[in-house]
Design a protein around this ligand. Structure first.
Ligand SMILES: Nc1ncnc2c1ncn2[C@@H]1O[C@H](COP(=O)(O)OP(=O)(O)OP(=O)(O)O)[C@@H](O)[C@H]1O
Length: 238
């Protein structure tokens, strides 16, 4: 369970997040909203890239905001970015394994976690391949393997479906659905693809102009007139 309370972030005059309070508890939670709504800022607050003006975040019994970013990573917060962060010169196993190096694992345990994450993302046969030769889907899977490795508590995926084909989206969808049974982590998923959100997120929160519009079961949220108004720019219907 992640309890977010009264989070405000300002960039000059822009309120990127405005007193956002929400409780998130499902295995996969969607975060949606129009461009500039504050979705990435929300993840940046959780990962520690941005310090909010106010508020608190309690996750799985720990206060998150007092932790410096490197401690949050060791504690179990992982994320992928809109702009992917795979290093071309490294092999897939080194791209994924880097996240395990700060966990103080013995070599056998490190290998166990690494092999499991690679297997989970369908990358075992490619583990010695340099990332520079990978296609977009394999790179995306490498990032997800890096996020999923080593018993994280929270995975944050920022538009993992961008630019993928339909077949690749089907595989991505299954991987995201399986994360919780693989390692027990909760996934926070930002994506503009409502079909993906609907398929994998039991609950969804909607941001608009930095404010929480609604949060709840995905089906209810997507049919909520306030959400349709946010996307379509139409007035709420009674
Ligand atoms: N580092 C920054 N400096 C100044 N303004 C910023 C910064 N980061 C974000 N913003 C502003 O904060 C608001 C929220 O941005 P954010 O990137 O969180 O939105 P988003 O919902 O993730 O958008 P998108 O769907 O386009 O990625 C926007 O108005 C954006 O211009």
């Amino acid at each position: 369970m992640i309890s977010i309370s009264d989070i405000t972030v300002a960039f000059g005059g822009v309120r990127a997040l405005n007193k956002v309070s929400v409780d998130l508890s499902d295995p996969v939670v969607g975060i949606i909203g129009p461009n500039g709504a504050g979705k990435t800022t929300f993840l940046n607050v959780l990962s520690g890239f941005i310090t909010p003006l106010s508020g608190s975040i309690r996750a799985f019994g720990s206060e998150i905001l007092p932790m410096p970013p490197h401690r949050r990573s060791r504690w179990g917060i992982r994320r992928s970015f809109q702009k992917e962060q795979v290093v071309d010169e490294l092999t897939i196993e080194d791209n994924v394994g880097v996240v395990l190096d700060s966990l103080g694992l013995g070599s056998a345990e490190r290998e166990r976690h690494l092999a499991a994450a690679l297997e989970f993302c369908g990358l075992s046969a490619l583990r010695k391949t340099r990332a520079g030769g990978l296609n977009a889907f394999e790179r995306r899977m490498t990032e997800i393997a890096r996020c999923a490795a080593g018993k994280p508590k929270i995975l944050m995926l920022d538009e993992p479906g961008a630019g993928l084909s339909q077949i690749e989206m089907d595989r991505l969808r299954q991987v995201i659905l399986d994360i919780h049974s693989f390692n027990g982590a909760m996934t926070l998923l930002i994506d503009h693809d409502v079909d993906l959100i609907q398929a994998v997120c039991s609950s969804t929160m909607v941001l608009d102009f930095g404010s929480l519009v609604v949060a709840g079961p995905t089906r209810d949220v997507l049919s909520d007139p306030r959400v349709r108004a946010v996307y379509l720019g139409v007035e709420e219907v009674a």
